[in-house]
Design a protein around this ligand. Structure first.
Ligand SMILES: Cc1cc2nc3c(=O)[nH]c(=O)nc-3n(C[C@H](O)[C@H](O)[C@H](O)COP(=O)(O)O)c2cc1C
Length: 352
């Protein structure tokens, strides 16, 4: 058992978090992680406000443990989804990109705000703004990170901030948990590893493809959804790296997103400009259109198991994942392994 600043803050048994992952962190997986003693985050980016509310309520039917939602603050529907989460008094509000305006509101009902960043300077700023804890994402991670690896980022951020740190990117086993704790983190966050569990909705074809992948089988590029991100080396991902901008597909996807989130054309355009003003380096309309194309291809992998056309965000740690256990088995295994590894390391010390 580990007692860290993270387990204390969130009132969970283990220093392990399920990272918000669009379309993957569905209520069944979220509640399984919570019930096994971890903290789990439901990604709301795909949801209308009403769907966000329904999912929050569904999670509450499946678990009475703390859980969170994850929302990118500069994307479509961000404010509305955050408002719903606050109305529903979700215990943990996890945000990425943009400036959180809701910290006081969340603290008023006893909730916690968890920032996500891949840059040390943003970590310090989030602490100053009043965030309760931080997820710091290394280059190894699935989807969006920045240029520094977890190995470099964790100790730098740990030396600069006092709030609990949750390390994301490259963690899939007990060795990783032990390493993260030694580097200065208080917990690990995993996306790729939890995607390969019995409770995950990922289509069986892609589960099998992931099991065969090595640590070299991911690609890092802006082609997947407009922001620098890491995806599994599938046929479609490789073709996207070679091809130009998928204009027709982006247009189709953009209309689907607009419809899915119930946005008027005006709202859709306005959100693009909001993204342009956001405090991150991006070209918003470009990003928006690419994101639209990315969503379509992601659904082809997760729901349809389409090995020809699907793309799937995945981290470099995919190379170390060789089975599909239940969430409970996985968490227990990681905790036991981390304890054993730390014990073994202690045994290597000699007094001189
Ligand atoms: C399929 C998939 C989808 C993801 N979607 C999102 C997302 O919508 N928003 C986000 O902030 N991160 C997303 N992530 C990234 C995770 O939040 C997390 O940073 C990452 O999985 C950690 O690295 P790891 O995969 O090595 O554990 C996604 C990850 C995966 C595997």
């Amino acid at each position: 058992m580990f007692k860290t600043k993270m387990t204390e803050l969130f009132g969970v048994k283990h220093p392990i978090m399920l990272a918000g992952a669009n379309w993957i962190t569905e209520p069944k997986l979220v509640s399984a992680v919570c019930n096994a003693g971890g903290l789990a985050i439901f990604a709301t980016a795909r949801c209308t406000p009403e769907e966000t509310r329904q999912n929050i309520r569904q999670i509450r039917e499946l678990t009475d443990k703390p859980f969170g939602i994850n929302q990118i603050l500069v994307g479509p529907g961000a404010k509305e989804n955050i408002d719903v989460a606050i109305e529903e008094k979700v215990p943990v509000i996890n945000y990425a990109l943009g400036k959180p305006w809701f910290i006081e509101q969340v603290h008023e009902y006893g909730g916690k705000v968890l920032g996500t960043t891949a840059l040390a300077r943003h970590a310090a700023r989030a602490e100053q703004l009043g965030c309760d804890a931080l997820v710091i994402t290394g280059y190894e991670a699935a989807a969006h990170g920045a240029d520094a690896t977890s190995m470099v980022l964790i100790p730098i951020v740990a030396s600069q901030v006092k709030i609990p740190l949750i390390a994301a990117g490259g963690f899939h086993n007990g060795r990783g948990l032990a390493a993260a704790l030694v580097l200065g983190a208080d917990a690990i966050s995993m996306g790729t590893r939890f995607m390969l569990t019995k409770e995950s909705v990922l289509h069986e074809n892609f589960k099998q493809l992931c099991l065969k992948a090595t640590e070299q089988d991911t690609l890092y590029s802006t082609v997947f959804d407009g922001m620098p991100g890491r995806a599994l080396k599938t046929k479609a991902a490789e073709a996207m790296m070679k091809g130009g901008f998928p204009l027709v597909e982006a247009f189709k996807g953009a209309s689907e997103i607009k419809q899915m989130l119930g946005l008027s054309l005006w709202q859709f355009i306005r959100l693009s400009f909001q993204m342009m003003r956001a405090d991150e380096d991006s070209s918003p309309l470009w990003v928006q259109a690419r994101e639209a194309a990315g969503v379509r291809r992601h659904l082809k992998s997760i729901n349809n198991g389409d090995l020809e056309e699907g793309i799937l965000f995945a981290g470099q740690d995919i190379g170390g994942i060789n089975d599909v256990p239940s969430v409970e088995e996985l968490i227990e295994r990681i905790i036991t392994e981390a304890e054993d590894v730390l014990e073994a390391v202690r045994g290597k010390r000699v007094k001189v």
